[in-house]
Design a protein around this ligand. Structure first.
Ligand code: S3P
Length: 450
């Protein structure tokens, strides 16, 4: 038996069939992951509201940054065709966005919709209507609408705070907001609103969430005061941003799939080049190392204000662990793939304080519990996490579903590498949201011809 990785397309749906390489085949080689999704969004945001030209190298070509670019084009920014070499953005200046003649479409992207609400609410003029796909329309927007309203914003939404939403530009006042959740999307939305307001806008969160906005705002010339020890950041407005040259590093959330593939496959030795290792994102490395994985950071360097390294992972037996508390925001998107690692670790893994996963692109706690169980894993859902019984030699290939969630689809594809027979992943088209080349890289490391 050899590995087989087949993608079947029917209308707009894709099904991914994964039959793993035979035991004895070791995953090996070096690979690259696409540009960081969070940094790609922010480069398009800040480039569009800055003055002058921004050049972006290494932009993620996934559907999510595509949604951000489409929104800003409709608002008047000139953005060259998206590609991963070089994208040029002619910014309009913070307060000169144009009222679009139609509804803005954020697609599947929570980052696009939540961050843009901050930009639009603080415009001097204009009416803006926004919506997204079925998943995005079921995700909570009240977490940004409420603080924006407290600043004076005029926003309408469906009952309970769901998209479609509409914003009427109105004068805002600055505020000090204590966010009940550690969310980079909430923090970034309010900081972007603060750019257009006279005075200090401060966001304080229970734990530090990813800080790409703070870093990039500083690089674009905003007056940003950071107090990371008390999880607080302040922007002083009004700010005039100046276009910059941004080099986007590889996405650690995409690298996480290969890190886990390497960590659970006997004999594996993978090198993942050029990965962003911002400390607010590296929880996945710390957890894998605590589980006994051999993960090394090589050639550490700084690339436009973000730490970057090459990551080498080699197989070693894993042991279960507890993942909870302040580390959760630092690995929030990696919990589905860490659940896969836990299945093959000896002992039990407990994930707590992760209720936020219920309002991601899918209810990731429910969906991962259900789909991994279909493959024969033993795990239980908690209100805010998962309990995973490890020690599994292998899973049993079966038909599973992505529930239209890119990270669920890719996590299940990695689980399939240690399953007997063929695993069929329905809804694989979701992968294009953040990692269009995932299936080719999977083929590459499994020795399947492209
Ligand atoms: C993101 C922040 C995180 C993360 C999402 C991207 C960002 O969401 O889950 O994939 O780019 O700001 P929250 O900040 O809402 O947890």
């Amino acid at each position: 038996m050899t590995a087989a990785i087949t993608l079947i397309e029917e209308a707009s749906r894709q099904t991914l069939l994964v039959t793993p390489p035979p035991s004895g085949f070791s995953l090996a080689g070096s690979l690259q992951v696409p540009g960081d999704k969070s940094i790609s969004h922010r480069a398009l945001f800040l480039g569009s509201i800055a003055e002058g030209q921004t050049v972006i190298e290494g932009l993620l070509l996934g559907e999510d940054p595509g949604s951000t670019a489409a929104c800003f084009r409709a608002l008047g920014a000139e953005i060259s065709p998206l590609n991963s070499q070089q994208v040029e953005v002619q910014g309009l200046g913070q307060d000169r966005l144009r009222e679009p003649i139609d509804v803005l479409q954020a697609g599947n992207s929570g980052t696009t919709l939540r961050l843009i609400l901050g930009v639009l609410a603080s415009q001097p003029r204009g009416f803006f209507a926004l919506t997204g796909d079925a998943s995005l329309r079921s995700r909570p927007m009240a977490r940004v609408i409420q603080p924006l309203e407290a600043m004076g914003a005029k926003i309408w939404s469906r009952r309970g705070g769901y998209a479609p939403v509409a914003v009427q530009a109105s004068p805002l006042k600055p505020m000090h907001y204590h966010s009940p959740i550690a969310s980079a999307q909430v923090k970034s939305c309010l900081l972007l609103a603060g750019l257009g307001i006279e005075g200090e806008t401060t966001v304080q969160e229970p734990y530090l969430s990813r800080d790409h906005s703070e870093r990039m705002l500083k690089a674009f010339g905003a007056d940003v005061l950071r107090e990371p020890e008390c999880h607080r950041v302040t922007v002083v407005g009004p700010a005039r941003l100046q276009g910059q040259h941004v080099v986007v590093p590889g996405d650690i959330s995409s690298a996480a799939f290969w890190l886990v593939a390497g960590a659970i496959t006997p004999g594996a030795d993978l090198l993942i080049e050029n990965v962003g290792v911002n400390p607010t994102r590296t929880g996945v490395l710390e957890v894998l190392q605590a589980m006994g994985a051999q993960v090394e950071l090589l050639n550490p360097r700084q690339v436009t204000g973000e730490p970057v390294a090459d990551l080498r992972v080699r197989y070693a037996p894993l042991i279960g662990c507890t993942i909870a508390g302040g580390i959760i925001p630092r690995l929030i998107d990696e919990i589905p793939i860490l659940a896969v690692a836990a299945v093959f670790a000896t002992g039990q893994t407990v994930i707590r304080d992760a209720a936020e996963l219920r309002v991601k692109e899918s209810d990731r706690l429910k969906v991962m519990a259900r789909e991994l169980s279909s493959l024969g894993a033993r795990l239980e859902e908690l209100p805010d996490g998962l309990v995973i019984q490890g020690g599994q030699e292998s899973l049993q290939g079966a038909t599973v579903d992505s529930h239209a969630d890119h990270r669920v689809a890719m996590s299940l594809a990695i689980a399939a590498l240690r399953s007997r027979g063929c695993t069929t992943i329905l809804g694989a088209q979701a992968i294009a949201i953040s990692y269009p080349d995932f299936v080719n890289t999977l083929r590459q490391i499994c020795g399947v011809p492209l």
